[in-house]
Design a binder for this molecule. Structure first.
Ligand SMILES: C[S@@+](CC[C@H](N)C(=O)[O-])C[C@H]1O[C@@H](n2cnc3c(N)ncnc32)[C@H](O)[C@@H]1O
Length: 233
């Protein structure tokens, strides 16, 4: 890819992405399915906010899938890494009708404040932590806390350094979900040279999780690719 091709590609990608329309699924399919995916008015408002303010959120189709998992697994204690404005947090809270305890961490103060406001408006609560995820993970590990479900939506190049710690925080029978593991399809296709390092780390993470003992892993090509790890009892 020439630098100009790369720039054009990036510009059109970002245009779609900020409208919550595209990662690995073509935008027309994302739009079409979105019409049939029921969701609360507040979540639609957050999608609009994210689009207008260019704030990253979980793609709506992936959020609906996360809700299905929540409804079927009914996790009581959830850890989220990467709160953002709380779109995925609220998606889980709505799915579980607030009958869960969510701890969610982000090192962006503006986003975490906004997340708190959206969650309050919905009449729910969550333990929102303003911190670096690695610090929070270290604290949780030292406190001996474990979770039924862990949802990770932070920096993909850091996933490889989080994997072992996340596995230790997961209860037997629990489930961990990582977003963006297909990184716009770049992990399996050509990619712009500047993503070489992130892609190498992401691939390393995927190999580690595949070989991790006592777990079943699946990659679901929805949103930007969800990796699901089921920790066996
Ligand atoms: C894609 S956004 C999360 C979107 C959110 N899940 C949602 O659906 O609204 C990723 C977030 O991860 C946060 N983040 C990335 N690396 C982090 C780290 N090491 N510690 C804490 N937060 C981190 C960023 O500040 C950003 O808000």
């Amino acid at each position: 890819m020439s630098i100009r091709d790369e720039k054009n590609h990036e510009t059109s990608y970002l245009k779609e992405r900020w409208q919550n329309r595209s990662e690995i699924v073509p935008p027309d399919i994302e739009d079409f399915t979105s019409q049939f995916n029921e969701r609360e008015q507040l979540l639609k408002e957050m999608e609009q906010y994210a689009s207008e303010n260019k704030v990253p959120i979980l793609l709506p189709s992936a959020a609906r899938f996360l809700q299905i998992i929540c409804r079927s697994k009914k996790p009581e204690n959830i850890l989220e890494i990467g709160t953002g404005i709380g779109y995925s947090t609220l998606s889980m809270l709505f799915a579980l009708k607030g009958e869960c305890h969510i701890t969610s961490v982000d090192f962006n103060i503006e986003r975490i404040k906004l997340a708190g406001e959206f969650i309050n408006r919905a009449g729910f609560s969550a333990n929102l932590i303003f911190d670096d995820a690695f610090n929070t993970i270290r604290n949780l590990l030292s406190e001996g806390v474990t979770f039924d479900m862990i949802f990770v939506d932070s920096m993909k190049s850091e996933y490889v350094f989080m994997n072992y710690k996340i596995q230790s925080l997961l209860k037997p029978g629990g489930i961990a979900i990582f977003d963006n593991v297909l990184f716009r399809g770049y992990v399996c296709n050509d990619h712009p040279p500047r993503y070489k390092r992130s892609i190498k780390l992401l691939k390393m993470f995927l190999s580690h999780t595949r070989d991790y003992p006592g777990t079943i892993t699946s990659i679901i090509p929805i949103g930007d690719g969800l990796l699901i790890i089921e920790k066996q009892d």
